[in-house]
Design a protein around this ligand. Structure first.
Ligand SMILES: Cc1cc2nc3c(=O)[nH]c(=O)nc-3n(C[C@H](O)[C@H](O)[C@H](O)COP(=O)(O)O)c2cc1C
Length: 378
């Protein structure tokens, strides 16, 4: 049995252990089935909608909830719905982030369809925009039209884009011309200036601490955390803790859903320190704002964010969204206001996405539900 001290050491070192050193172990412990959708994308299903959907399910989406449901219509149409059970009511009380994820989905669908020579006619919110929460009305109706649609160069990056939650290489600055190329590709904003970077490192950590110490919001995340192979295979969504260190810490009861909900637990105390240290390796920040907060603006932010992340991937950069200070639950209000005023975004405009960026070693994809699970009857 490991001592508590030993476990704390593992906790602090787990991030390193999860890197290249654990490849042999990883091969035997990796929940391969949960990653199969990454290998299936690119296969031909004999229906351009399925070919495109196989890519769309790989997009970034909050807490990897994969909230998409699709009804195939006659001919070459489909309707996209939100699975209302897959929302995040505590951290995302107005379903804003979930809608952004659905915007990412639509953009990937468009890019993958173009890769096969189809253009998309997208009718967003055909039965009207939902107000404070999403409802059972469709997010979009989509028609595939055969033509000579031009391939999108960023499509090539679709299988290589992953969210990076670990350290960035602090010895490697992002060159101003590379950063400018990234921002201008989608009209995003950002900064690599050391002073603002330091302020944002502090600001994003303090918002993260609020989310992790507010009982309802940390509970939402804890209940969606999957520890190890069996749990990830059973539920290939949420936040995955994979690899030997996390499995061991979970097995001995050090890091569990319960300990995550207790800010005074040893697991969370060492967790806070390691999350803060990782966040302090950010080499720059990128953000998207919108003139208003309509559902259409949120979908558009998703489209833009996916493209930004794909462009970063093309440029060899890694990214992690940091959404905490943008969240609308009451305890976050102070951080929300501070960040908006720091980045000079005044209502009715608002920040839709913020992320940290830098160079980093690839850490691997996140799991996905199989393609066949997304279909419903209209
Ligand atoms: C609207 C939105 C908000 C997100 N917020 C965060 C965040 O605060 N922290 C984080 O680590 N990842 C965040 N993500 C990334 C998702 O967790 C990630 O896309 C998902 O787990 C799937 O992993 P992948 O991007 O590696 O495929 C966000 C993604 C979206 C679209």
């Amino acid at each position: 049995m490991l001592s508590r001290r030993g476990l704390l050491k593992i906790g602090a070192a787990s991030i390193t252990v999860l890197g290249v050193g654990s490849v042999a172990w990883w091969n035997t412990r990796s929940p391969t089935a949960a990653y199969a959708p990454w290998a299936i994308a690119g296969k031909s299903f004999g229906d351009p909608r399925l070919d495109a959907l196989a890519y769309a399910i790989l997009v970034p989406n909050p807490h990897n909830r994969q909230p998409w449901k699709v009804a195939l219509n006659d001919d070459l149409g489909l309707s996209l719905y939100c699975d209302l059970e897959r929302r995040l009511p505590d951290t995302d009380p107005f379903d804003r982030q979930i809608t952004i994820g659905l915007g990412c989905f639509l953009e990937a669908l468009r890019m993958a369809a173009a890769n096969k020579g189809y253009s998309l006619k997208v009718n967003a919110f055909p039965e009207g925009e939902p107000d404070s929460r999403l409802d059972q009305r469709p997010i979009a109706q989509v028609e595939f039209i055969k033509g000579d649609e031009i391939k999108d160069p960023l499509f090539e990056q679709m299988l290589f884009r992953h969210t990076h939650r670990f350290d960035f290489d602090t010895s490697r600055e992002i060159a101003p011309d590379v950063f400018q190329q990234l921002l201008s590709s989608v009209g995003a904003k950002g900064s690599i200036a050391p002073t603002l970077r330091d302020t944002l490192r502090e600001q994003t950590w303090s918002a993260m601490k609020i989310e992790l110490t507010t009982p309802r919001t940390v509970t939402e995340s804890a209940l969606l955390t999957r520890f190890g192979k069996q749990e990830i295979i059973a539920n290939p969504d949420g936040l995955s803790m994979t690899g030997p260190a996390f499995e061991l810490m979970n097995k001995v009861g050090f890091l569990t859903q319960e300990s995550m909900m207790n800010p005074n637990s040893s697991a969370m105390q060492s967790g806070f320190a390691s999350i803060k240290a990782r966040m302090s390796t950010a080499m720059g920040y990128v953000w998207l704002d919108s003139d208003n907060n309509s559902r259409t603006a949120q979908l558009n932010a998703g489209k833009q964010w996916l493209r930004l992340h794909l462009k970063a991937t093309e440029l060899g950069l890694a990214m992690q969204p940091l959404s905490q200070a943008l969240q609308e639950f009451p305890e976050m209000q102070g951080s929300y206001q501070q960040l908006h005023s720091l980045l000079d975004v005044a209502a009715p405009a608002r920040l839709q996405m913020l992320g940290r960026i830098g160079y980093a070693t690839f850490e691997g994809p996140s799991p996905r539900w199989p393609l066949e699970t997304i279909f419903i009857r209209a």
